[in-house]
Design a protein. Structure first.
Length: 204
């Protein structure tokens, strides 16, 4: 996501009074496209249902198993399960990353994430057991750097909506979608500011 697009998004989002308070308070989000799709999806699985801080620790341990290098799918499949469990990965997550590994080994030549439409990307990814809508959203936002993703299933985003709008309970999906309409086509950037309200300092 280039600087011009970020500047445009901030100018647009500043029209929303509540988002502007976040823009004035927090730093500009940073986006770095990741062309290693296996790494991105494996990382997203590691991060599932964990705080950013805890997930980063486990991901760092994960890389240490491969001499601090991002593994290839076949390298991951060759790793002993006992070592993967020792760094804090559950049996379920280990199996999910197995599925991602096999997907890239079998389908790599047919993947066109940079040019495929969002619906086609989702169709390909959802077919992998262990990859749900949240993982697809994270992949779209932080790997492909798409500017208009609203991850309504993310607990941190729900908590941020609750705080931003002074709600007594977590918001409904309908409430979130409605409030985010003025943020289009920069909902990704808006959500990065929302995470800064509630996250422990390391979203991704």
């Amino acid at each position: 996501m280039n600087k011009n697009l970020l500047n445009q998004s901030i100018e647009h989002l500043s029209k929303d009074r509540k988002i502007k308070t976040l823009i004035d308070k927090y730093p500009v989000p940073n986006f770095s496209p990741n062309d290693n799709y296996f790494d991105a999806l494996s990382k997203s699985i590691i991060y599932q249902q964990l705080s950013g801080k805890v997930a980063k620790i486990i991901y760092t341990r994960f890389l240490s198993l491969f001499k601090n290098k991002i593994p290839e799918p076949n390298q991951y499949l060759s790793m002993e399960t006992s070592y993967l469990k020792s760094i804090g990965l559950s049996k379920q997550k280990i199996n999910y990353i197995n599925n991602v590994s096999n997907f890239f080994i079998n389908e790599d030549s047919h993947i066109l994430f940079k040019t495929n439409a969002d619906k086609e990307i989702k169709r390909q990814l959802i077919a992998i057991k262990g990859v749900g809508q949240w993982t697809v959203d994270m992949f779209m936002m932080f790997t492909l750097c798409k500017s208009d993703i609203l991850p309504i299933g993310d607990l941190g985003i729900k908590k941020a909506f609750k705080e931003l709008y002074n709600l007594k309970e977590l918001p409904s999906e309908e409430f979130m979608k409605e409030k985010a309409i003025p943020w289009k086509p920069y909902r990704t950037i808006a959500c990065c500011y929302l995470w800064m309200i509630v996250d422990d300092g390391d979203v991704w």
